[in-house]
Ligand binder design. Sequence first.
Ligand code: C2E
Ligand code: MG
Ligand code: MG
Ligand code: MG
Length: 289
Amino acid sequence: AAKDAGRGVYRFYADAMHDQASERKAIEDSLREALARDELALLYQPIVDVKSERISGFEALIRWRRDTGNVVSPSKFIPIAEDSNLIVPIGEWIIRTACDTIARLGPDYRIAVNVSPRQFANEKLPATVMSALSASGIRPEQLELEITEGIFLDESPENLEMFQRLKRTGVRLALDDFGTGYSALGYLKKAPFDKIKIDQSFVLGAADKSSMNAAIIASIVSLADALGMETTAEGVETHDDLALIRGLGCSHVQGYIYGKPIDVDEVLALLDAGGGQVVAQGFKSVRET
Ligand code: C2E
Ligand code: MG
Ligand code: MG
Ligand code: MG
């Protein structure tokens, strides 16, 4: 009987694994069509300069609106795009679309684009970046590439060479999700980053949790200052967190307190309405409370 039960359990897991694999395959197949069907869209979340209290730019965040009406989150489909190499054409589309949006916003704003590990490992990435820059006519410094501090980021000569090649195109480089990996300290010395993005796990609720998060943020900021890099605190949701982050000297803030990701028409409307002003008013009320 024990043997039968064991076989049942095995079959249960095998079926579950099979279901998972076929769900992935189904997502991969529809993702393959998504570009052609115009189902992918970039949303843009404001990034605010702490000193001037104005919007300095946006982070581009991808969304997949399926024909079923469902919106699939990037944490779900980017890994599938990575495994199937669909990330290469999708990543090219992301870079071109973001550059076109930058051109529409004018010379005063910057857009940050996420680059995933496979995309980063692709020899053609610098060429893709250069052709998007020249097609859109923007200044290269208006585009910032965010590379996540994941396990893939070892200090291999290939990785360091790719950072240098990207830097030579004139774009800015940011180290995303800082504090979630383990290898970044060596990188900070060797790779030409312009900015460190402090992961939201240190930021969300930093003001009301233990002072440990504040101490971690403070040390990241002093490291970045010493290396001449900017810092963005991600995931700032509350007035208390904002006040704390401000006090700790981060140069930029991003989070729901200033706005969720919005589409390009909303971005243009926000800037037309004097987005910087809206932000400054928002912040005044923060200081008053
Ligand atoms: P990320 O690059 O660290 O992006 C920040 C994530 O935090 C975004 O989630 C954003 O919507 C969310 N966020 C921003 N402010 C707040 C806040 O105040 N509170 C909370 N709770 N969350 C906040 P999203 O858009 O779901 O993206 C998740 C991840 O998917 C991104 O993390 C990035 O790693 C990846 N991703 C998104 N778009 C792209 C893309 O175009 N290409 C690639 N390769 N990856 C992307
Ligand atoms: Mg990012
Ligand atoms: Mg991040
Ligand atoms: Mg993150």
